[in-house]
Design a protein around this ligand. Sequence first.
Ligand SMILES: Nc1ncnc2c1ncn2[C@@H]1O[C@H](COP(=O)(O)OP(=O)(O)O)[C@@H](O)[C@H]1O
Ligand SMILES: [Mg+2]
Length: 251
Amino acid sequence: MSNEHVVEMRGISKTFGTVQALNDVDLELRRGELLGLVGDNAAGKSTLMKTLFGSVIPDAGEIFIEGEKAELRNPRDAQALGLAMIYQDLAVFNNLDVAANVFTGREYTRRILGITFLNRKRMEEESQALLDRLRINISSSKLLVERMSGGQRQMVAVARAIGFDARILIMDEPTAALGVKEANTLLDLMAGLRDQGISIILITHRISDVLAIGDRVMVLKGGERQGVLDVEDSTLEDIESLIVRGAAYLQ
Ligand SMILES: Nc1ncnc2c1ncn2[C@@H]1O[C@H](COP(=O)(O)OP(=O)(O)O)[C@@H](O)[C@H]1O
Ligand SMILES: [Mg+2]
């Protein structure tokens, strides 16, 4: 296990009934890189990331986080190790404001005369500080999420997922439901997070996104790893060929 890798997955296999979703898959995520994870529908991308986030338990294989063997029985275990996951369906509460979204499940409270109150001011200030740190451009943490554009909501979802201590971010098709402009804003945000040292795995259908902001790209096909390419040395055709033809393309 090299210190360069914040995540190492070794020999991950998973079967659902008669479907072998993953077969002996390895993955390495380098510190501070953005790794694209691509492949056709049903290639196993989501399942592989769910095993990393503890929401699917693999039949075989080992996962190391920061060099330590990880026991990931559920997403809480993964979160405790600094992982965050964002899905296509925006995990935000539309009826709450930004601060309440960021602090869901970890609200600050204070007691006055024996009665517990939410410490709104502190949550507003700290969420604003978080948005600033992540360079998320939302004017106030008191804004209601339902008043926001899809792109801004996705930003809130990112802030909420990263919270104050996530160091490894998994994104499963985060731009799929967004328009072009919103998707580009989110890509800029991802690149910025990576530049701040957060290591990111991005599942996407849009190879151009990986070419725009990715460092490396890993291809899955039929539940098996086909190869990993450096984005700098690869073309759209290279990546598409690896997706369609598999490892044979590299021979
Ligand atoms: N919970 C599940 N139950 C049964 N089959 C599943 C489940 N999750 C995934 N699969 C199957 O595993 C394979 C890989 O799925 P998935 O990881 O979602 O692929 P991808 O994200 O690359 O499209 C598919 O054949 C899918 O139908
Ligand atoms: Mg998927």
